[in-house]
Ligand binder design. Structure first.
Ligand SMILES: NCCCCCc1nc2ccccc2[nH]1
Length: 293
């Protein structure tokens, strides 16, 4: 790859490709699972690419990391034990750490090279790993959840790449069943759930599975991330049977968190209470599929 333009070409979004101007390649490697690359872009800061797919950029990662974390954690009164599957860059950890009620955070990332890249401070998210509440497990999230005792967690965040490659099993029914088992009654899960413009068929399958498995509430929310294909990405928010969870009205409001976390690092750039509720408003073509009776 010579300094020029990086284009994100994938069979998951045929016929289109978002491009970013490359200033300098900062890291290139091949792990046991995927090709890993970090480059300095001209206008989006540093960019993490796995198997040719943009995973995050410094400029817009806030939208994704803040929403995937605070949509679930602001929907339950006192999150204490949180599990992050994927998220090896550490960005989600930074966001979970803002919640002072949280006592323990497990993170299970399959690819050590992704963790190393973020520790190389190439992506300066390492603040997430420094929190004493964090325990890192390098391994397969599917096996980790199978081994997790029943009712271990208040919240599970599945910060996965796309269902082509190492993350494929994180979009399948057995995995969702193991998440439900590992959650306490009224516990919540938030997963990376692709784009309503590109992946309505994937989303439909996920919704069907989640409705069968999670007997609390099942909702789809979405946000804008300019460097993800189609400029949007969504989340599946589910709760297990037990104390009612109303995802659309955050009971654990962010301002409380805002005050708690002066020390953690940069304040929230994207998430707020209004955007939390707005994230669940869907265009009709998506509503029809996701909220089908
Ligand atoms: N095409 C949309 C991709 C969404 C990627 C989300 C995501 N979050 C990540 C955390 C660590 C490593 C890779 C990651 N990828």
């Amino acid at each position: 790859v010579i300094p020029g333009w990086f284009s994100e070409i994938s069979p998951m979004w045929p016929g289109e490709a978002h491009s970013l101007k490359v200033e300098k390649i900062l890291f290139q490697g091949k792990s046991d699972y995927q090709d890993v690359m970090v480059f300095q872009s001209a206008t989006y800061g540093k960019v993490l690419v796995l198997d040719g797919v943009i995973q995050l950029t410094e400029r817009d990662e806030c939208a994704y990391q803040e929403m995937i974390t605070h949509l679930p954690l602001c929907s339950i009164p006192n999150p204490k034990k949180v599990l992050v599957i994927g998220g090896g860059d550490g960005g989600v950890l930074r966001e979970v750490a803002r919640h002072s009620s949280v006592e323990h955070i497990d993170i299970c990332e399959i690819d050590k090279m992704v963790v190393d890249v973020s520790h190389l401070d190439l992506l300066n998210f390492t603040v997430g790993y420094e929190d004493p509440r964090v325990t890192l497990h390098v391994g397969d999230g599917v096996a980790f959840l199978k081994a997790a005792p029943e009712g271990s967690y208040d919240a599970v965040i599945v910060d996965s790449s796309d269902p082509i490659g190492p993350a494929q099993e994180l979009f399948e029914k057995p995995f969702f069943e193991s998440v439900a088992k590992a959650l306490r009654p009224g516990g919540v899960v938030c997963t990376q759930a692709e784009s309503i413009w590109l992946h309505m068929h994937i989303i439909e399958d996920i919704v069907v599975n989640c409705r069968q498995i999670f007997k609390g509430s099942v909702n789809y929310a979405w946000t804008t991330v300019p460097t993800y294909p189609s400029g949007v990405i969504g989340f599946m928010l589910c709760s297990t049977e037990g104390p009612e969870v109303d995802f659309k009205n955050p009971i654990n409001p962010i301002d409380a968190i805002e005050n708690q976390t002066k020390s953690i690092g940069p304040s929230l750039k994207f998430y707020n209470q209004e955007i939390h509720s707005a994230a669940f408003c869907l265009p009709s073509f998506a509503k029809k599929v996701i909220e089908a009776k």
